[in-house]
Ligand binder design. Sequence first.
Ligand code: SAH
Ligand code: SF4
Length: 335
Amino acid sequence: MDRAALTSLLAEWGQPAYRARQAIEAQRSGADGWGEVSTLPAALRARLEESLPFWALTPDARVESRDGTVKWGLRGVDGAVVEAVLIAHAEGRRTVCVSSQVGCALGCKFCATGAMGPGRNLTASEIVDQVVLAGREAESQGARLTNVVFMGMGEPMQNLDAVLDACGTINHPEGIGISARRIAISTVGWVPGIATLAEHPLPVRLAISLHAADDATRTSLMPINTRYPIASLLAACRRYCDTTGRRVFIEYLLLDGVNDSTADARRLARLLRDGRFHVNLIEYNATGGAYTGSSYGRREVFMRALAELGLEASVRRSRGADVAAACGQLARSRT
Ligand code: SAH
Ligand code: SF4
């Protein structure tokens, strides 16, 4: 549940502010309905029962990958279905990948969510519920939820108010208490959203899905590039860095024969080697489209070419692909 929404409802009713904390605590530790929040007075529980769904999203399906990744299909009160994914790392760390929209209007050619077309925005409560659910799952695995990434279904910057409200609850010590540095918003490159985020007080991380180093290639993969071409996108990123003092994470999906040549690597390095960016090279996850991921050998050559021009990159391994829970594979039809 969203802390700000609940707090303002409780304030309207003349209830003390700590009631919101009690409700969120109960949801985090296993309660599944207002009736189970024993710290609240019975009359208040009854009133809440009539006014606010305890869960804005409820699990509809759950699958577990061979690598321990868990994916849920989650249903809203209107029947809309989105997906959330919990990824297990070494040393007890856990990352939840959350959705911000039901589908996506931006139509990137390599993405299963893009193929669904546009869908409605999620509310802040629906976003927070994904994180609460994942936190409960992590605890059942003897671990702790440490990171939140907006890399599920949808474009977070087209639903930025709700995303930032949700981040408020996720970050708040009386909400979920995850440090803002461990929350990342990934965007297709929605320039006005980047400017808004730069001015926002919460220091969440910004990740940009760049995926190409020249406009022709990027436009062929991502139609948004005709509206915000690479130069305008990177200018917005630089302003963000200068305003916030934080680096920007660049996501680069390696596609065989499309964007993975040594010349591409050199172009990318020239675009990004001013110390403001960190590059994550991403393995392509099959979505039934026309693309193939680059080979291991090609990726090594690409990384070396970046390093020779002074740009360090990390590789983000694919997780959960056997249950279609990996980046770009999330879509209603697959749950
Ligand atoms: N709309 C946002 C966030 C959701 S997509 C964005 O585009 O950034 C999260 C990440 O998954 C993005 O970096 C996206 O480019 C990447 N992605 C999409 N399809 C993919 C695929 N088939 N394989 C690997 N990554 C993919
Ligand atoms: Fe939408 Fe992101 Fe998929 Fe592009 S990659 S279609 S912006 S969800």
